[in-house]
Design a protein around this ligand. Structure first.
Ligand code: ADP
Ligand code: GLC
Length: 488
């Protein structure tokens, strides 16, 4: 007999393809389908941003709050693509164009505490049975924007289902002034070391990590790293205390969205056994970014937010090495103004060698993966990283810093791994331009040996980067929570 479907309410601030600023959206958008295959029914609660409401046009309201964090709110339910969604329709909080977190002046929206507390609170209400027709067995909150949810469960009426919080990036914690406590609807008693208090302020992520029944993060290595002071970013002590409830589960990618055999966004589809067609994407990428159409050059791609985390300042220092090796750079990215302008000037000083698109472009992200020989991810820290997984699937050999999920997903082409035929890329020690330069030289040398390089590509393309295995790990956690079993 098959086990009855488990109901999970996922709560997040973005989901591909509706709203995306990074990998969080990819995860929230893709995990439900893999969970469904493993017997879990997921409904995903998102803020009712314009794009979300548009996707749910005509959907029926299933709940209403006349006064909710400063205005009236409704809950809409419907299906968009592969996702069963709830949207929190609260125009006073979410009816704003563009980026979900920042306003037109480039600063965080001043009411972000209320905007995301409302999301968590709506999730807690659904969790506690606000909808007669659907009540979850477990609640899954993603990142700081949803992490106040366990606090609403803890400081509200019982019974409430058990909760899991997933940390996608500990660098974003959601800290807000203590004075907001009452407007968030939290009692005075919650402002305590074992509650929402965090260095004298209200810590959304801290609250989630403190009060969730289970914590997951997106790779086993990051799960260890964040229990130390360097990657722990102030929360390592708490995470050590909760290590029994903390699990590192690697991300996967949506293998239908990222499939070189069917991808309509690239110039030519290809399969691991028919790689000759791949070169058409290489040429298309070179043309698109005005790179020299040079067949021999090692074409290195980057698809990234431009931020300190991603280590792309280090790559600027390594450009001389890259040119010495005869390589080219194809960079797609957006973010810090300083990095954007530094790359713009690198591109204008090295026409034909540095190709650039500053901005966000989903189609081009696919073409970079399909056309570049290698994909570079030089992060200082990386909870999981998804672009190296896409690169494996597309036969772009990943060159990655040995940190977080990058360390867990790429097998370095050292002598042993090459001899055993299991290597998939190049790893180097993070945070140093010298080590990055060494890695670029090593990649260029490997690239000169066509047999070795194509073995790296094939190994990568045969690696399992799907959600199938990770989804089973989440299901195991959900089941234990639903049955009130211990997590370790
Ligand atoms: P993070 O979430 O830290 O930014 P990830 O590697 O987990 O890093 O996920 C990044 C996601 O965003 C990937 O799907 C990647 O393809 C995409 N991405 C990043 N920058 C861009 C860009 N400039 N244009 C298009 N897609 C991008
Ligand atoms: C975060 C992390 C990234 C991870 C993504 C999805 O944005 O920076 O490493 O892959 O979340 O979990």
């Amino acid at each position: 007999m098959t086990a009855p479907a488990l109901r999970v309410l996922a709560v997040a601030s973005e989901a591909y393809p509706l709203v995306k600023t990074g990998g969080l959206a990819d995860v929230v958008g893709a995990l439900p389908a893999a969970l469904a295959a493993a017997g879990v029914e997921t409904r995903t609660l998102l803020p009712g941003y314009p794009a979300v409401l548009k996707a749910l046009a005509g959907a029926a309201p299933v709940n209403a709050w006349p006064a909710f964090f400063g205005g009236a709110a409704r809950l809409l339910a419907g299906r968009a693509g592969a996702l069963d969604l709830f949207a929190l329709d609260a125009p006073h909080l979410y009816d704003r164009p563009g980026n979900p977190y920042i306003g037109p002046d480039g600063a965080d929206w001043p009411d972000n505490a209320l905007r995301f507390a409302a999301l968590a609170r709506a999730g807690a209400d659904v969790a506690r049975g606000a909808l007669a027709a659907w009540r979850p067995d477990v609640v899954h909150a993603h990142d700081w924007q949803a992490a106040l949810l366990p606090a609403y469960l803890r400081y509200g009426p019982t019974p409430a289902p058990r909760s899991v919080v997933t940390v996608h990036n500990l660098a974003f914690q959601g800290q807000f002034p203590r004075a907001l406590l009452a407007s968030l609807g939290l009692p005075e008693a919650s402002f305590a070391i074992d509650g929402v208090e965090y260095y004298g302020a209200i810590g959304f992520l801290k609250a989630g990590l403190q009060l969730a029944d289970a914590i997951t993060t997106v790779s086993p290595t990051y799960a260890l790293e964040i229990q130390g002071p360097e990657a722990g970013m102030g929360l390592d002590g708490l995470l050590r205390t909760r290590s029994g409830a903390l699990h590192g589960i690697l991300n996967g990618v949506d293998v239908d969205v990222w499939n070189p055999q069917t991808d309509r966004r690239i110039a030519a589809t290809y399969a691991p056994r028919a790689m000759r067609r791949r070169v058409q994407n290489r040429t298309a990428l070179q043309r698109r970014l005005r790179l020299e159409e040079d067949d021999g050059a090692l074409l290195i791609g980057v698809v990234s937010r431009l931020s300190w985390q991603k280590g792309l300042d280090l790559l600027l220092e390594c450009l001389p090495t890259l040119f010495e090796e005869g390589a080219q750079l194809a960079l797609l990215g957006a973010g810090d103004a300083d990095l954007e302008s530094a790359y713009r000037s690198a591109a204008s000083s090295h026409p034909g060698r540095v190709g650039l698109f500053i901005g966000y472009d989903e189609d081009l992200a696919h073409l970079v993966q399909a056309g570049a020989d290698a994909l570079l991810v030089p992060s200082r820290f990386e909870p999981c990283g998804l672009t190296q997984l896409c690169a494996l699937r597309y036969g772009a050999v990943p060159i990655v810093a040995r940190v977080g999920g990058l360390a867990d997903t790429i097998v370095d082409a050292n002598e042993m791994a090459l001899a055993a035929g299991v290597a998939t890329g190049v790893q180097f020690a993070p945070g140093s331009a010298a080590r990055l330069s060494d890695a670029l030289r090593r990649a260029a040398a490997l690239h000169c040996d066509r047999a070795v390089w194509s073995r790296l590509q094939t190994n990568g393309m045969n690696a399992d980067v799907s959600w199938t295995r990770p989804a089973r790990r989440y299901v195991e956690i959900y089941r234990r929570l639903a049955r009130n079993e211990p997590l370790t």
